[in-house]
Design a protein around this ligand. Sequence first.
Ligand code: 13P
Length: 242
Amino acid sequence: MAERKPLVAGNWKMNGRPADGLALARGVAERARAPHRCDLLVCPPFTLLAAVGEALSGSDVMLGGQDCHSAPSGAFTGCISAEMLKDAGCSHAIVGHSERRHTCGETDADVRAKTLAAWRAGLVAIVCVGETRAEREAGKAIEIVGAQLAGSLPDEASADQLVVAYEPVWAIGTGLTPTTADIAEIHAAIRRHLPDGTRILYGGSVNPKNAAEILALAEVDGALVGGASLKADDFWAIAQAA
Ligand code: 13P
């Protein structure tokens, strides 16, 4: 089986003005000078991509966008293309985050088109999936996530262009996490949909206290971190747990 190097990715969401965003990026880059066994990625808001990219230069911390449009350019007010992310120095694009699926009405077909756009631009797509609380309580988590993967992943997926992030909607920003047994079970189920060697991240209330236990699971290849990625010390502590 292909080796899967852990990836710890910070999704800053709609946080970061120049002063704090740059301080955070510099803090991460500085800590990353110490030895680490995982890949590191930060995904700041679009407005900070260029400046954060500059702050990270000389470090091995990678830069990603939080979303992309499916078209390369055109009359799409307020949108950013995958090519624009690539131009700004990104290597990755998050697509299908639940906050976009739920607040912007993005469908699996939209996510699939965005994944193809990321690949067209030479980016790795981080495709997010996850069930709601009601779906978990109805015992449908694996079925829902399986359907999201079937609809969101292009047929031609390959492990070097794709990362999947399992983010249960009810765990995002709530301080709640599934049991490690539940995470292991659903990651194993997700893996059956993916090319060999594809990394599967867990996301949802990952913090320095719970990271070691979650990241120790054989089927967990890293973390997609929201709130805790806004503090360099916390993000670094999670990276060290990987
Ligand atoms: P939190 O870590 O804040 O729960 O957010 C997770 C997430 O949505 C990362 O994409």
